[in-house]
Write a protein that binds this ligand. Structure first.
Ligand code: 3PG
Length: 389
């Protein structure tokens, strides 16, 4: 019996971990194998994926199956005060850890965005810079695996097959965002990208037939209205830049949907999952980058950039590539620790830090009405997060 519970707990832990890759799905229903007597089917349990190590299952089983006997080592509310202190400390340590993940994620993202824009200003070839960021990340991870700095993931053909649509969507979203940033201010791209929840709801509603509470639909009004206000009042509006950010939003919604379907039951860590995604995206993107831009344009553009900036231009390219991988890696690692909801709030906070820092660094002209549009859109994403709770 206890053995069965242990098995169920560990299978739940595997499922719960894979759930973290599903950035936008806060609560899951799991059908568990029978744990009592091995015959009666257990009702689907509704579990929030953030519940740490999955011990919430024990409590749920106690409520629904009171005949299950609890051994001393199992979670028990009547544990001595000392273990409450230990529990409190580990909770506090976890919060500090998550705080560190968030701070690192935002800081790396700000640095990436600044170097990315500096590179694109001097060398406007977004297909190559997108490819280089994926190539650098892939190389870093292949070296880490070869030198055993990171554990090599155990993958099979089925894993790569399910990763393929995720990688296609990741590639499109990445290139589209970079094309956007090559045409408009970084802040504008990120204001439009803050509209991603609206795409998520619309795709889920009209393509997948999912329904949401009315409050979720209402939260889309400030998101869409704020983005629209920011777009029409943007001083340096460019249609390719605008469409690039919109396509990126749509692609990332599909990336989340595909990873939700594809990663169920897999137990690859967040870091390795992102590494595999980078490798596959690199293979997909390279031929398209050559076809759209190509070595001749790159060579001429590179010479031009180096003559303008100097030989240290290569370090800007290296910085944007390395920081792109690092911020994504940390964001996927933090998914191992937090719920999709906390993740989406963190992502919105990240956009605020990018928008503000890029406006300061690049002296981006902003009209008050434009800033108001951005603020409304960001507020809308917070309301959306709350409504989804
Ligand atoms: C990219 O290049 O992939 C985008 O800048 C990603 O943007 P996001 O991670 O902030 O959505």
């Amino acid at each position: 019996m206890i053995c069965s519970i242990k098995q169920s707990v560990s299978s739940l832990q595997a499922l719960t971990r894979s759930d973290f890759y599903q950035r936008k799905s806060p609560v899951k229903s799991l059908s568990l194998p029978s744990v009592v007597g091995g015959t009666s089917p257990v009702k689907p349990l509704h579990l929030a994926p953030v519940r740490g190590l999955g011990f919430g299952l024990i409590e749920d089983l106690r409520v629904r199956r009171p005949l299950i006997r609890c051994e001393a080592y199992e979670a028990d509310r009547s544990e001595p005060v000392e273990s409450d202190v230990v529990k409190g400390r580990s909770e506090a340590a976890k919060k500090v850890k998550i705080g560190l993940y968030f701070a690192t994620w935002w800081a790396l993202n700000v640095v990436f965005n600044i170097y990315n824009k500096k590179v694109l200003n001097a060398f406007p070839y977004p297909w190559l810079t997108s490819t280089l960021s994926l190539a650098t990340g892939s190389l870093m991870m292949l070296i880490s695996w070869a030198t055993r700095i990171a554990e090599t993931p155990k993958t099979d053909f089925a894993f790569w097959k399910t990763l393929f649509p995720v990688a296609v969507a990741h590639t499109i979203g990445h290139v589209a965002a970079t094309v956007s940033m090559s045409k408009v201010a970084v802040s504008f791209t990120h204001i439009i990208k803050s509209g991603e929840p609206a795409f998520s709801v619309l795709v889920s509603r009209f393509l997948l037939g999912e329904s949401f509470p009315t409050s979720v639909y209402f939260s889309l009004i400030p998101i869409i209205g704020g983005c629209a206000l920011a777009a029409v009042t943007e001083l340096n509006f460019n249609m390719i830049g605008f469409m690039g950010a919109m396509i990126s939003n749509l692609a990332f919604v599909f990336r989340n949907i595909f990873s939700k379907r594809g990663m169920k039951g897999k137990s690859v860590s967040g870091m390795n999952y992102y590494a595999c995604l980078s490798i596959m995206s690199l293979l997909i993107l390279t031929p398209f980058a050559i076809a759209v831009e190509g070595p001749q344009m790159w060579a001429a553009g590179w010479q031009n950039a180096v003559s303008q900036i100097g030989p240290h231009f290569v370090w800007w390219v290296a910085a944007q590539s390395v920081f792109y991988h690092l911020y994504n890696q940390v964001s996927y690692m933090s998914l191992d620790e937090i719920s999709p909801l906390t993740f989406s709030i963190g992502n919105t906070m990240k956009r605020i830090s990018v928008i503000v820092s890029s406006i300061i660094i690049f002296h981006t002209p902003v009209q008050p009405i434009n800033a108001l549009g951005a603020a409304i859109a960001i507020l809308g994403t917070f309301l959306y997060s709350q409504a989804k709770q």
